[in-house]
Design a protein around this ligand. Structure first.
Ligand code: ADP
Ligand code: MG
Length: 174
């Protein structure tokens, strides 16, 4: 079973994945793509490399047993052919602080905050047709998020999309 942990940069995907990695196999999409030569040209606007999703899918298919639970960590992981997509959500004000800490410039921070407010990754995930769950991580510890993820593995319909609405943040940011 392949489970995508996705969400806007800064929501806490890698923090949660780090805990999951003590119990399960976890693949970080960016590292995996780099190690397996799946990166395409550098996108100067996004300041990140594009990933060839078709090649990524083929590569993962050959390396993952369907009986094994494997998590994918990355903001592109919902584009992979997986069994469950889990979208982590976080209040834009917290994302702002975290991305500032990471050294992102203001434009890049605003682009990510806009994507979070507009539910971009959630919409992409739901549109993939793969069963999608959504967790509002704003007031949860990483361990609490992992507990919810383990509940979702047992019952993917427990945390359906629709629990998050950041639309009242638009006026503040834009
Ligand atoms: P992502 O992988 O989604 O970009 P990270 O996991 O790197 O996000 O988290 C960004 C920052 O937020 C890190 O400094 C991390 O310590 C902090 N963080 C992540 N999740 C939580 C949480 N649930 N509670 C408190 N801090 C968190
Ligand atoms: Mg990360």
């Amino acid at each position: 079973m392949l489970i995508a942990i996705t969400g806007t940069p800064g929501v806490g995907k890698s923090t949660v994945s780090n805990i999951l990695s003590s119990r399960y196999r976890v693949i970080n999409i960016n590292s995996y793509a780099r190690e397996n030569n799946l990166l395409e040209e550098f996108d100067t606007e996004l300041e990140s490399y594009n990933v060839d999703i078709d090649k990524l899918n083929d590569s993962l298919k050959s390396k993952i047993e369907r009986s094994e639970i494997v998590f994918l960590d990355g903001h592109l992981s919902h584009f992979v052919n997986c069994d469950i997509v889990i979208v982590l959500r976080c209040n834009p004000n917290i994302i702002y602080e975290r991305l500032k800490q990471r050294g992102y410039n203001l434009q890049k921070i605003r682009d990510n905050i806009q994507a979070e407010i507009l539910d971009i990754i959630l919409c992409e995930s739901v549109n993939s047709g793969i069963v999608t769950s959504e967790i509002n991580c704003t007031n949860l510890t990483p361990s609490e998020i992992v507990e919810i993820i383990e509940k979702i593995i047992r019952n993917p319909s427990l945390f359906p999309p629709g629990s998050v609405n950041w639309s009242n943040e638009i006026d503040k940011w834009f």
